[in-house]
Design a protein around this ligand. Structure first.
Ligand code: SF4
Length: 76
């Protein structure tokens, strides 16, 4: 499978609109979703296999868990 900007990412499913998800991009441009619920509930994996189609912990977010254009903001 080709790698790089044209590579297809898996659809995140529910994580993309969950208040408990944080989108993380690595240096190669792959995107992962960190599940914050995993910190207090071991039933939820830290990085859930995508797409997540059903989830007991799902909480609709006011804004989707997406990377800002140009990637994550630099740390201060
Ligand atoms: S609670 Fe479910 S939908 Fe929300 S981030 Fe975790 S795995 Fe994804």
């Amino acid at each position: 499978m080709p790698d790089g900007p044209g590579r297809l990412e898996p659809e995140p499913g529910l994580c993309a609109s969950c208040a408990l998800a944080r989108a993380i991009a690595n240096a190669r441009g792959s995107r992962f979703y960190l599940c914050l619920l995993s910190r207090r509930d071991p039933r939820f994996p830290r990085y859930p296999p995508l797409p997540v189609l059903r989830c007991e912990g799902y909480r609709p977010a006011a804004t989707p868990a997406r990377e800002p254009p140009g990637g994550p903001a630099p740390r201060a």
